[in-house]
Each structure stands twice: as C-alpha cells, then as structure tokens.
Write a new protein. Structure first.
Lengths: 156, 156
DNA sequence: ATTATAAGTGCAAATATATACATTTTCTGA
DNA sequence: TCAGAAAATGTATATATTTGCACTTATAAT
C-alpha cells in the first residue's frame, strides 16, 4: 500500500528471484498483492540502485548493488557443475571454477589420462589445461565433455 | 579493425569516461577511429559483462564488472613491491613474487577483470598470466601498471 | 482547517537496448 | 587450397526502460 512497503517488497523479490525485466518483476509484485506501473518501478529501482546486469551465463538479471557477481557463485555441486567458464588463449584452455574447486576438477581431468591433454595446472579457482601440439580446440572440448559426460560445458 | 582491439578500446573508454548510453559510447569509438553498430556494441558489452548501473546520484553510467569491490585490501605492503620479476615466454607472462605472495597478487589481477587478461594461475611464488590472443606484450604490461597504479596505497 | 509546497503516480511518448535474420568473414580439417 | 562450419556483423525490428506532463496525495506551516 505505501511506498515504503513496496520498496521493501521489491528488494526482497530482487534478492530471491532471477528477475530479467521490469515487467517480470511487476508480475511477481502483483502476485504478492502489490501493484504499480512499470514507470513507477523504473523510478523505484533507480532510487534503490538496483540495475540490470549479466548473470555470467548469457542472461540478464536485476541485482542489488554490490551483489554484481554473486550470481555466479550459486552452483557448486558435482565437478561437472563446478565448471563456470572456459576460455581459449595462446593455445591453452583456461577453465574457471568456483573458489576452491579448481583442484578437484583438475584431478578428475588428470585421472582420465587422455592423450590429448598434456597436463593441467590448478590454482584455487582456475585451471590451466595444456593440450598436446597440433590438436584443435574442438578436440579438447570434446575430450572434456567425454570426461564429464555432460552438456554443461559451455565455452565463452 | 579486429574484434579484440575493439573490445579493448571499449574497456578503456568505459573505464575512463562516464558513458550513459550505447549511442554515447558509439560516438567515442568513432572519434577513436573504430566504428561498429549499436547492435554489435550491445553484444560486446554483454560478453564483457559491462552493464549500465547508477552512478549514485541520479544518473546512469556504464561500468566495468565488480567496480565496487572494496575488499581488496589484504596485502602487506604494496602489490607493486610484491612483484620481484617478470618474464615473457611462449606468449605467456611469468610473474615472480616473494614466497607466499603469488596468490595475493594474482587475486588483485583477477579482480581488475581486464579484458586483455584471459586469466592467471598462481603458485606459491610464481604467477602465470595468460593474455588473450592477438595482444602485444606491451599492452599487457601497460594493463598491469594500470592495475597496480590505481590502488598502490593499500596498507591500512 | 487551509493553503502552499513537495512527493508520488499513471499515461503516453521518447529513448535505449536486445535480437531474428541474412550476409559476410574467419576458422578447420582434409 | 578448398569446401563446410562457425563466428562476427549489420539491418531492421522487437523489446525494454526512461521521462515529460498532468494529476493526485501527502506534508508542513500558519
């Protein structure tokens, strides 16, 4: 009913849900018995410093100030899920994981003893994978998906 | 010309200017002799995780990811002092530090989230820094000096 | 209580950003 | 080198967000 309570609801909804648009948030608010127009929402969000950012996996998401990146810390599960990103550079593959997971994932790769993979070096949240010479990036990625038997190995 | 150099320019412009819209940024890019369409820019920004937020007082502003991290004040002495040497090899940069300091320095580098730096792997007294493809060694070194020049007064 | 001032809101229109699709460019494997 | 696949890009358009304006509601001082 009052403006203050609306702001509080907005904060809660943004914190607890992956909201992708103001229309989206509007629906949730209505579901909670509190409604206003999208224009008002735009003004509310500005006042609270809530803005739309990227969730680290291609999508958009509204997030509270200071929580910009925490979205990507949501998924420490099996080793497969522990791969949060991969980047090719200089013929090497950098694999990102949540903090502390790098060595667990690297061990799994090492144990596969695949010819294509010359070796790995694990830090805390990053693994450097050194492929053997003259192999395509794709071959390595295919190799990894075999090891993890999963489709969640997305590049970029 | 190349995509990589465009991304680098974008990063630089966003870091050094108060950019309020993609059209805005587009102008600056053109002024720097590098042009593309707004659509491409939208995709570039998404890939780099650069999104529009609030500058704290009314206005909008594009900002680099994690630009509100204040918790990088963990290092004894300045990070600059903690770098005792650097060597280029195979397109990679090896950074030496006093024993035990590698990870602290690497964290600082990671947090800067510079596009030019694909990632780092830290051991105990050595950091392996992997640059993105098609960048000069000089670009990387300049990048590093920027990172360590901004916050050198860490000790509190 | 009454008037003056400020704050909040909806509506419609203006801005701004993202995306589908077609095309061009770059990359890969033979 | 060449054909096929994948990535990058522009164009046009769809989607999303912001804002000017008029109106309503709250606030404060007499």
């Amino acid at each position: 009913m009052t403006r203050a309570s609306r702001l509080i609801l907005i904060e809660k909804l943004v914190r607890e849900n992956a909201i992708t648009s103001q229309e989206d948030l509007l629906m949730l608010m209505e579901g909670a018995g509190m409604k206003c127009t999208q224009a008002t929402l735009s003004r509310d969000l500005r006042q609270m410093g809530i803005s739309r950012g990227f969730d680290g996996r291609g999508g958009y998401r509204y997030m509270l100030p200071g929580k910009e990146d925490k979205a990507s810390e949501l998924l420490p599960g099996t080793e497969t899920e522990a791969i949060t990103g991969m980047t090719w550079a200089k013929g090497l593959l950098l694999i990102n994981t949540p903090p502390g997971y790098a060595s667990a994932v690297a061990i799994k790769i090492d144990r596969a003893r695949r010819y294509e993979i010359a070796g790995t070096v694990a830090g805390d949240d990053t693994i450097l994978l050194i492929p053997r010479d003259n192999l395509s990036n794709e071959a390595i990625e295919e190799c990894l998906s075999t090891i993890f038997q999963s489709n969640t190995l997305t590049k970029k």
